[in-house]
Design a protein. Structure first.
Lengths: 68, 246
């Protein structure tokens, strides 16, 4: 993946487009890892939810109705 | 023979003045010097951008070009260049920046003493769903600690939950996917007070609509002059920064 930084300066009204610095790339990669962790947690939660519904023998809609 | 041209043709020309030169006087009906004195000198406009104006009746004068973003106003009955003052009410556009295929958007020198509070609008599309995060900047560098964030969100017909972060590296700003927008009201980023804000974000991911609401705060009183937006997916869009009139 190519990392690009767009930099605007309100004093000079100038915009610079450049390749991201190594520090900026590090930040983006950290965010990528963070996003993957959230995605994985969501997936785990969805699997656990489906298993629980199967155990209870009810649908998601029925579970929502119970909680309403 | 009343015309200079006729005179010039009729008499032998003196050795120093040619008949052609004498012919140039054709049509002259009053003193030439008086006529010349009534004209403005080209040299009055000495510099690029100069403007001619009358400083009083029949008195041409030069007005040198103003600075970038200055506007022409009237003061004491003559034109002058002036820096526009902040609007008495409402929002004033400070800056607007488009980006294409970017993972980092840095915006510097947009917060100042002119405004206390700001609105930031961001609209973007990305290849697949990803979050925007935001950091405050001063002197062209990101601040990477002390961010507080509380988020509530809903997606696909469900109030899906919330996320809380304290003292972390950045704020969560919103998401984008097929399309996405974020609006943030930011209070006192430049003042010697804690920066606070509230953002609303929405986006479409396939057939799902998503909404996020975030409260953001920074636990220091630094005078921030800008911000950066970061996303793990290359984004294309536009960010606009407005100032609230004091």
């Amino acid at each position: 993946m190519e990392y690009k930084t767009v930099q605007y300066d309100g004093l000079t009204k100038q915009t610079v487009e450049r390749a991201s610095t190594s520090d900026e790339i590090k930040e983006i990669e950290r965010l990528q890892a963070q996003m993957e962790t959230i995605k994985a947690a969501k997936q785990t939660q969805a699997i656990a939810k489906a298993a629980l519904l199967a155990q209870l023998g009810i649908t998601e809609e029925q579970a929502k109705l119970l909680l309403s | 023979m009343t015309k200079a041209r006729d005179i010039a043709s009729a008499i032998p020309a003196p050795s120093t003045v040619s008949s052609t030169e004498l012919g140039y006087l054709d049509g002259v009906s009053s003193a030439i010097q008086t006529q010349l004195d009534a004209k403005t000198a080209k040299s009055t406009l000495s510099t690029t951008g100069d403007i001619y104006y009358a400083s009083s009746a029949n008195t041409p004068a030069r007005l040198g070009i103003g600075s970038t973003d200055q506007i022409l106003k009237v003061s004491g009955g003559v034109p002058v260049w002036a820096t526009p003052t902040a609007a008495a009410s409402g929002l004033t556009l400070i800056a607007e920046q488009s980006y294409s295929g970017a993972t980092t958007v840095n915006v510097d020198n947009v917060f100042s003493t002119t405004y206390d509070n700001y609105r930031i609008l961001n609209r973007a599309t990305m290849g697949s769903a990803a979050s925007w995060t935001m950091k405050m900047r001063v002197s062209g560098s990101d601040t990477s600690s002390g961010y507080f964030n509380q988020q509530v969100y809903g997606e696909s017909g469900t109030a899906a939950g919330n996320r809380n972060t304290s003292g972390t590296d950045e704020w969560f700003f919103g998401d984008a996917s097929n399309s996405g927008m974020q609006t943030l009201d930011l209070m006192s980023p430049y003042l010697s007070a804690e920066t606070q804000g509230l953002s609303l974000a929405g986006y479409r991911d396939g057939s799902a609509g998503v909404v996020r609401m975030n409260s953001v705060a920074l636990g220091d009183t630094t005078s921030y002059t800008g911000f950066s937006l970061l996303t793990p997916q290359a984004a294309t869009g536009k960010v606009s920064i407005y100032g609230y009139a004091k």
